[in-house]
Design a protein around this ligand. Structure first.
Ligand SMILES: [Zn+2]
Length: 415
């Protein structure tokens, strides 16, 4: 099972964490302290705890304590496209190289305070996310908890890499399926290989002019959802078009990634059906800059203006908004970029903090394990200097990282 705890503690360990304030995943509490027992949170509040004799007290003056952050949309097997293009990563980097990179990425992610990632596709690295997750759980390499998709599923011919030569078939960055039998088979295969969820591209750039168009029919998506759900798993879709989003909503998916073309109406429908949006604001922002846009100097590209409009519509509709930046397109460890952009695009800082903690935990189905500072949840706890609810940039000032009761980062002097 996910989150299995392999290393058994020899003796009971207790930590008392004393920050200035605690964000518990929902609200800010001044003067709270937190007691950790082994790998679980024992107590949190402003009361005077009866401390066990061997408690180690950690003074975290000037800091805000938060639940370990949850990255909602990562690709640990990718690195920024301005270093190597996506095509070249898929075609020119061996799986051994990509795994070695992913190990480094996992460590950077953890040190940045992200103690869980929902990794939405290995992009050509097959089921290697499952192996990485296992290695982290066994304590071989440090990294976040991983919720993995293995390979994304795409319609035959819809994805990449591609040559402008119809005679050549290249290895693909995702699993291609050409009919409903292949789709069903692929979902079952991924489940057997260790996928925690199924990721499907509901649309992609297969329109006659290279524009995005829906790829799977509602019935195909429904069948995939039914197979996944019967095993206790959910389906997440990539969709940028209203049509792709509508089909996914009708089929019963649990989150929609990107949603660039989303209207208030379609976000309203998502809200009604309990489908969450993961807007990935940072991805487009990064890619456009790689293509030459000088942010802050050049005029704003149409794509950014559209994204701002659709994010404003999403906020207005009240749809549940996850925090996930499509990190991998930009540097692992820079995950906070998405939280900053959510605030720049109109979200309150406290809501961005909620998205990255309790909201992601609830939406992804892990509310009894992670995402809150609450008794009996896993001791995934971070501290940042300053207060990120007044200035979201403070979320980058990570001075303490604990995952599963183990300390991975501890800066001795805070300010
Ligand atoms: Zn992605």
């Amino acid at each position: 099972m996910f989150f299995s705890f392999f290393a058994s503690a020899q003796t009971d360990s207790f930590y008392l964490l004393k920050p200035d304030r605690v964000f518990d995943g929902e609200a800010m509490h001044n003067g709270w302290i937190v007691l950790v027992h082994n790998n679980k949170i024992e107590a949190a509040g402003d009361m005077n705890f009866k401390l066990p004799a061997n408690t180690r007290v950690i003074e975290l003056k000037g800091t805000t304590l938060l639940p370990g952050l949850i990255e909602g949309h990562s690709h640990l097997f990718l690195h920024p496209y301005n270093e190597v293009s996506w095509n070249d990563q898929v075609l020119h980097e061996s799986r051994a190289e990509r795994t070695a990179r992913a190990v480094v990425h996992a460590h950077s992610t953890l040190l940045a305070g992200f103690t869980t990632v929902r990794d939405l596709g290995t992009e050509g690295a097959m089921y290697d996310d499952v192996g990485l997750k296992t290695a982290i759980e066994k304590g071989i390499v440090p990294g976040p908890r991983m919720i993995v998709a293995t390979r994304a599923i795409v319609a035959k011919g819809a994805y990449g890499p591609k040559y402008d030569n119809a005679d050549i078939e290249l290895p693909q960055g995702a699993a291609e399926t050409g009919n409903s039998n292949e789709l069903a088979n692929e979902v079952r295969t991924q489940i057997s290989k260790g996928a925690d969820l199924i990721k499907i591209y509901a649309d992609y750039r297969i329109g006659k002019n290279g524009d995005a168009a829906a790829t799977f029919t509602v019935d195909e998506l429904k069948a995939a959802v039914a197979i996944a759900k019967s095993s206790g798993r959910e389906v997440v879709i990539h969709a940028t078009t209203v049509e792709g989003m509508r089909r996914g909503i009708e089929a019963g998916v649990f989150t929609i990634e990107h949603g660039d073309g989303g209207t208030e109406q379609v976000f309203q429908l998502m809200k009604e059906k309990g489908v969450a949006l993961c807007p990935t604001l940072a991805a487009a922002d990064a890619v456009l800059q790689y293509k030459g846009w000088k942010k802050g100097i050049d005029p704003e590209p149409e794509q950014i203006a559209n994204k701002k409009r659709s994010f404003a519509a999403a906020l207005k509709s009240g749809v549940t908004i996850c925090m996930g930046g499509d990190v991998g397109v930009f540097s692992h460890g820079d995950n906070a970029r998405e939280m900053e952009m959510m605030v720049q695009y109109g979200m309150k800082p406290i809501d961005a903090l909620r998205s990255a903690t309790s909201v992601n935990a609830d939406v992804f189905g892990y509310k009894n394990e992670i995402g809150r500072i609450k008794k009996d949840l896993f001791a995934d706890i971070i501290a940042v200097s300053g207060d990120p609810s007044t200035d979201i940039k403070n979320i980058r000032n990570v001075v303490f990282v604990m995952k599963d009761g183990k300390i991975y980062r501890e800066v001795q002097k805070v300010q």
